[in-house]
Design a protein around this ligand. Structure first.
Ligand SMILES: *[C@@H]1O[C@H](CO)[C@@H](O)[C@H](O)[C@H]1NC(C)=O
Ligand SMILES: *[C@@H]1O[C@H](CO)[C@@H](O)[C@H](O)[C@H]1NC(C)=O
Ligand SMILES: *[C@@H]1O[C@H](CO)[C@@H](O)[C@H](O)[C@H]1NC(C)=O
Ligand SMILES: *[C@@H]1O[C@H](CO)[C@@H](O)[C@H](O)[C@H]1NC(C)=O
Ligand SMILES: *[C@@H]1O[C@H](CO)[C@@H](O)[C@H](O)[C@H]1NC(C)=O
Ligand SMILES: *[C@@H]1O[C@H](CO)[C@@H](O)[C@H](O)[C@H]1NC(C)=O
Ligand SMILES: *[C@@H]1O[C@H](CO)[C@@H](O)[C@H](O)[C@H]1NC(C)=O
Ligand SMILES: *[C@@H]1O[C@H](CO)[C@@H](O)[C@H](O)[C@H]1NC(C)=O
Ligand SMILES: *[C@@H]1O[C@H](CO)[C@@H](O)[C@H](O)[C@H]1NC(C)=O
Ligand SMILES: *[C@@H]1O[C@H](CO)[C@@H](O)[C@H](O)[C@H]1NC(C)=O
Ligand SMILES: *[C@@H]1O[C@H](CO)[C@@H](O)[C@H](O)[C@H]1NC(C)=O
Ligand SMILES: *[C@@H]1O[C@H](CO)[C@@H](O)[C@H](O)[C@H]1NC(C)=O
Length: 548
């Protein structure tokens, strides 16, 4: 949950803002009349800025992903921090959607509503209680338990809600809260099953103390504080911790064991401003998490990736092919202000990602993140060239905004046989994604000589101006004779994955004209360098929903 109170202060400090969220006083009302129960809210996904393969809410404001789990039938569940009644943060519910491929989503009825003593249903997680440790399930082995932060007027505490129908409808536990310490900044429980100790383990943020608490429980109802992780260098407030085993990727690409990962979302206090995530590889021994070192590692070198959550599988194991995650693709600095509001919605999720940890020969411990299988959304190949040394490849996509594939691309580039002693100083690969109607551009440039800097530039997109909206992001990459990238473009969400996913970035962009043309160029290369480029459309997944 990103801190609404911080938001409130920053909004109050800015007289130009018209909308300030006021938390309603606690009442016995189960839900507001304006918020539908038992039926999904209809969405219109045709808007100019609407992502076509990313998840965004049907209407209203979305922030953190919550309660991610995969049920026994293989359906992925995504819940999310949701304000169904306005396009700014507040009035937090858990929205809900389901998918079998993580790209084609079905919006479901809202799952959790504010209720007696809880004015906001804040961030949390879900587990499947196969062994009925909670005692909530008279007659089944697929009971679903949500563990969330209940936000009241002067307290944040952890509460349970349970579902006997695979997570579609929930009942509040009568013994709530199950964990309360009288703090206004104690939130975002992420629970996993710890196999070695046969206990449930909760990571939860002591947000303002910049510490992560680990609590253990045999039954999800009774929690014991085991330890706190207090290392702090960056970030003013800690939120949305996740701690879980993640597959260890060996240098040869094989996987034989897991390493524990502690993930901490920080907001504010990101090096680029606002919110971002930090992670620590390490080991959790049942009570304490010990990081391998005290390095600062950011999960994303862009600006718009926050509040990551990892999916809980049927047996609590990391899912095959990497631990699966999704993040909120925005930044708390301007999430309430982005220009999608007039279309009736704000915020989308990142692409779903497969994650590994690797102790890399070049850069040491790193997260390796790649898009979850894009196969179900790969559209027509627009252009490709497998020997594009010192050449230009151009792809013109559709220009009709009503077409779900317009403004969506995936660009893949492999460069091999890079010989630093024979490249020109200006050797580079450049990307220009442009609008044929407005001339606006997104640009990226990777230096293949010299400093190996990678620049992502959204400065020439004109539909949004905000002092926090960094126009350019620059990072330096470490590589020798090979470089590769997968880049996705989706109306207003830009993601790049470089060096096999060892680095990745998420950036929002808001152009007046839809970006419909891609140009990839290389320069300064020698005769040996091999460059392979492929540009495809992405098949939008939301039009069925919009006409439903
Ligand atoms: C859907 O949204 C678009 C863009 O905001 C708007 O132009 C269109 O009228 C909407 N369609 C319906 C059926 O509401
Ligand atoms: C709601 O809060 C009041 C005041 O703290 C308390 O007496 C009551 O038991 C709570 N009810 C529930 C259902 O949590
Ligand atoms: C459920 O109980 C069985 C038998 O004791 C055990 O092997 C399994 O790990 C348990 N699973 C969970 C998720 O608790
Ligand atoms: C679950 O636990 C409750 C409380 O102990 C018990 O009444 C119920 O029979 C159990 N259900 C199953 C399926 O074991
Ligand atoms: C429990 O499960 C059995 C077998 O599926 C079924 O016959 C019975 O009606 C169920 N009882 C309840 C209370 O759901
Ligand atoms: C877990 O680690 C802590 C801190 O290093 C240590 O005090 C504790 O004894 C360890 N527990 C086990 C079971 O090894
Ligand atoms: C994407 O759409 C095109 C055109 O409708 C279709 O031919 C192709 O099969 C689709 N791709 C996938 C993965 O469904
Ligand atoms: C690929 O690009 C190179 C360099 O511009 C060009 O010479 C070649 O003709 C292109 N190949 C194809 C198949 O278009
Ligand atoms: C754009 O696409 C829509 C839906 O396919 C179609 O109705 C409309 O005529 C198209 N407009 C243009 C200018 O081609
Ligand atoms: C790189 O280029 C230099 C100069 O031509 C050459 O001596 C060297 O063998 C090349 N290295 C590789 C790995 O091809
Ligand atoms: C690399 O990239 C930066 C930023 O785009 C640029 O200023 C610099 O001249 C480039 N070349 C080298 C050799 O670093
Ligand atoms: C890049 O290399 C990977 C791994 O060999 C391959 O799967 C992919 O198709 C290649 N992409 C391009 C554009 O050549």
């Amino acid at each position: 949950m990103f801190p609404l109170r911080f938001f409130l202060f920053s909004l109050l400090a800015l007289p130009t803002h018209g909308v300030v969220y006021q938390a309603p006083a606690p009442t016995a009302a189960v839900h507001e009349a304006a918020v539908p129960t038992g039926t999904p809210i209809a969405g219109n996904y045709t808007g100019h800025f609407r992502p076509q393969i990313h998840f965004s809410p049907p209407v209203g404001f979305m922030n953190d992903p919550n309660g991610l789990f995969r049920d026994a039938s293989g359906t992925y569940h995504l819940y999310y921090q949701y304000n169904p009644t306005a396009v700014v943060a507040g009035n937090q519910h858990w929205g809900h959607a389901t998918s079998t491929d993580l790209y084609h989503w079905t919006n479901q009825p809202i799952a959790l509503f504010p209720h007696l003593n809880v004015t906001g249903i804040f961030t949390g997680s879900i587990v499947i209680d196969v062994n009925n440790t909670s005692g909530f399930f008279p007659n089944q082995t697929n009971g679903v338990v949500a563990i969330y932060t209940g936000d009241g007027s002067d307290d944040e505490n952890q509460r349970l809600a349970f579902s006997t129908d695979d997570g579609f409808t929930f009942e509040q536990f009568s013994g709530n809260p199950v964990l309360a310490i009288g703090s206004r900044a104690f939130r975002d429980p992420k629970v996993i099953r710890h196999k070695e100790t046969r206990m449930w383990v909760m990571s939860v943020a002591f947000a303002n103390d910049r510490a992560i608490g680990f609590f253990t429980s045999p039954n999800l109802r009774d929690w014991t504080h085991a330890s706190s992780f207090t290392f702090h260098v960056i970030g003013d407030v800690y939120e949305c911790p996740n701690m879980l085993p993640v597959p260890l990727l060996e240098e040869d690409g094989s996987v034989h064991e897991t390493v524990d990962l502690l993930w901490i979302s920080i907001n504010p206090g990101a090096p680029l401003g606002g919110s971002i995530s930090q992670y620590f590889p390490g080991h959790f021994n049942g009570t304490h998490f010990t990081a391998v070192d005290e390095e600062i590692r950011l999960a994303d070198f862009g600006k718009d990736n926050y509040a990551t959550q990892f999916w809980y599988g049927v047996d609590g194991d990391p899912l095959e092919g990497g631990a699966l995650s999704i993040a909120w693709a925005s930044n708390a600095q301007y999430a309430n202000d982005v220009p999608t509001g007039p279309e009736g919605w704000r915020s989308s999720m990142s692409l779903p990602r497969r994650n590994f940890l690797k102790n890399d020969a070049d850069i040491g411990w790193t997260l390796v993140s790649n898009p979850f299988d894009l196969g179900p959304v790969i559209g027509a190949e627009l252009a490709s060239n497998d020997s594009l040394a010192n050449g230009i490849l151009v792809a013109q996509g559709g220009v009709n905004e009503s077409d779900a594939n317009t403004g969506t691309f995936v660009i893949a580039v492999n460069i091999t046989n890079i010989n630093s002693s024979t490249l020109r100083d200006d050797a580079a690969v450049t990307f220009t994604i442009s609008s044929s109607s407005s001339g606006e551009t997104l640009k990226a440039r990777q230096n293949l000589s010299g400093n190996h800097s990678l620049v992502l530039d959204r400065s020439n997109t004109r539909a949004f101006t905000n002092s926090g909206f960094n126009p350019r992001i620059e990072t330096e990459l470490v590589f020798s004779d090979e470089w590769d990238m997968v880049m996705t473009i989706d109306r207003s969400v830009w993601e790049v994955f470089v060096l096999g996913g060892k680095r990745s970035a998420t950036l929002l962009y808001f152009p007046e004209g839809i970006l419909d043309r891609v140009e990839v160029a290389t320069e300064g290369l020698d005769g040996q360098t091999q460059v392979s480029v492929r540009i495809n459309e992405l098949n939008g997944t939301w039009r069925v929903e919009s006409t439903a």
